[in-house]
Design a protein. Structure first.
Length: 102
């Protein structure tokens, strides 16, 4: 990922459920800008306090980390408007700020 940083490109990361905590050490070692796709695809049945979602929120303090507020249909267990996913989007927007959300 060092070459991506040299070129000022983003590394788009797709994870789901509990995959993110295992990747955090690698992601923290790189200087590449990161874009977490599909809101990190949380397990909505595990709640906002689940370790993977908390790991994503912890990445929010880094200027080089962004998150796509997308993919509700991929992780929601409900039909549109995906009410069970809305608290996750709200938490991401609050943690990352509008400047780091896409």
């Amino acid at each position: 990922m060092g070459r991506l940083a040299e070129l000022d490109l983003l590394a788009q990361v797709q994870v789901m459920d509990d995959q993110l905590p295992d990747l955090v050490p690698l992601l923290e070692r790189t200087t590449t800008r990161l874009l977490i796709d599909h809101s990190g695809r949380p397990d909505v049945s595990a709640g906002l306090r689940q370790p993977a979602f908390q790991a994503l929120l912890a990445l929010a303090g880094q200027d080089r980390t962004y998150v796509k507020l997308s993919g509700l249909s991929k992780f929601s267990h409900q039909p549109y408007p995906y009410a069970d996913g809305q608290p996750y989007l709200a938490a991401l927007l609050e943690a990352f700020g509008a400047q780091h959300c896409m």
